[in-house]
Design a binder for this molecule. Structure first.
Ligand code: FAD
Length: 392
């Protein structure tokens, strides 16, 4: 049997090993049984089903025993399909899980010293140490590279951090914030693991969202927060080091865009086969078929792009412009695909009881986070023309 037969007719899943597919099936069973029944209700309430956090952690999907035999590391391709599987069911759950397995873990893995990574990664993989990525600020989103104003001042073995962060996902459930701040001494960007309950840290939930309503995003104030040098990530010493993190994070979000399309396509295909108008299933109408085929084409093409990106990641040859291209392009296709799904479901397409409404709304946040379409386009544009359109 195939994992993704309907939405993966070109059989990209064949690139996965049996052990990798086994881990994804474990995740699927959890999503179908434990998560799905809760989604519409929690989305409407704007709350995260916190009771899912422990069982999700217990699935042990970050460095599962079956994929780490003899010291092996899970492949990016497996990690990509893990994001695909999550997003195919729900983008908020995907965002939550990837906050730990992607954003926070990547920051410690690539930003920490060998000793820091050795000490913390096992705890991160088991969710005994949870964390989030805190880069964006109220006044600086797209221009964060040059604009970041949160400051870090060294005082003996301590650092004192002051500033504000915005949109930080999952912070309310986390032990640590990976805070990016500018060192007042050399003006370079550094990263610190700040305890969420440290004196001087305050968080305020951002309410009233029309997308990813289950994800808890916070405005965070850091007011003379003290961190010891041991909690400064040793290998982040400039924005170029942060860009290295973003390269990997953007690849993860491009996989979400493929997964959301797969979920929306499957839901729309099912609906179109069941709903009858003019005495026959709407899937028999040419214009509905045109939409379904367009959605499937978008999904296949997105999947092909992210599969190849992850293979390049595994080969260690992928570049900033490649992950920026994948993020921007798959997210644009995602917007088309979820809009078609919503149309096919007619009036029911705006109801939460029908999955396509949730996919449609959630796609908007994915389209924007990890760099907007414009910003990722400019990263690619700079690479292909040799001219930066960011600067005045
Ligand atoms: P702005 O930068 O103000 O952009 C507004 C518009 O102007 C956009 O369309 C943009 O593309 C356009 N624009 C800006 N500059 C240019 C230009 N030079 N050329 C053309 N167009 C331009 N951040 C974190 O650090 N951690 C998180 O966990 C996190 N989670 C998030 C979760 C959600 C649900 C959301 C919505 C955001 C999250 N973010 C997070 C922040 C996210 O990365 C930013 O929202 C994003 O980078 C865009 O920044 P902005 O919202 O400030 O928009």
């Amino acid at each position: 049997t195939r994992l993704y037969g309907e939405c993966d007719p070109m059989n990209y899943e064949a690139l996965l090993t049996d052990a990798e597919q086994g881990e994804l099936l474990k995740l699927r069973a959890f999503l179908e049984t434990d998560a799905k029944p809760l989604l519409a209700d929690y989305w409407e309430r704007g709350e995260f089903p916190a009771q899912l956090i422990k069982p999700m952690a217990a699935l042990d999907l970050i460095t599962p025993a079956s994929l780490t035999v003899g010291g092996a590391k899970p492949r990016s391709l497996y990690e990509g399909f893990r994001n695909f599987e999550l997003a195919r069911t729900d983008a908020s759950l995907a965002t939550y899980y990837n906050g730990q397995s992607g954003l926070f873990r990547t920051t410690v893995l690539r930003g920490g010293s060998e000793d820091q990574a050795k000490a913390w990664l096992p705890l991160i993989d088991s969710f005994e140490m949870t964390g989030v990525f805190a880069l964006t600020e109220p006044e600086h989103g797209s221009d964060i590279a040059g604009g970041l104003v949160t400051s870090a001042r060294r005082n003996g073995n301590n650092w004192v951090i002051n500033g504000q962060k915005r949109w930080i996902g999952n912070a309310v459930f986390a032990d640590y914030l990976a805070v990016l701040a500018r060192d007042v001494a050399d003006s370079q960007i550094k990263a610190f693991l700040v305890k969420t309950d440290a004196p001087g840290v305050t968080m305020k939930n951002i309410g009233g969202k029309m997308s990813l309503r289950m994800v808890q995003n916070s405005d965070i104030s850091l007011d003379n927060v003290e961190v010891t040098e041991e909690f400064r990530l040793a290998r982040i010493n400039s924005f170029a080091d942060v860009a290295d993190l973003l390269r990997s994070m953007r690849s993860g979000v491009a996989w979400f865009a493929a997964g959301v399309q797969a979920g929306a396509y499957e839901a729309a295909l099912k609906y179109a086969g069941e709903r009858e108008q003019f005495g026959r299933p709407i899937s028999g109408f040419q214009m509905v078929q045109d939409k379904l085929v367009g959605m499937l084409g978008n999904t296949i093409a997105s999947l092909g792009m992210v599969v190849r990106l992850s293979q390049q990641q595994d080969e260690g040859v992928y570049r900033d412009q490649d992950s920026a291209m994948a993020k921007a392009w798959t997210c644009s296709r995602m917007r088309e695909t979820v809009a078609s799904a919503r149309e096919i479901a007619g009036g029911n397409g705006i109801l939460l009881s029908n999955d396509v409404g949730r996919f449609f709304a959630d796609a908007e946040a994915i389209y924007t986070y990890e760099g907007t379409k414009e910003i990722n386009t400019l990263v690619v544009g700079r690479a292909i023309t040799g001219r930066s359109a960011f600067t005045k």
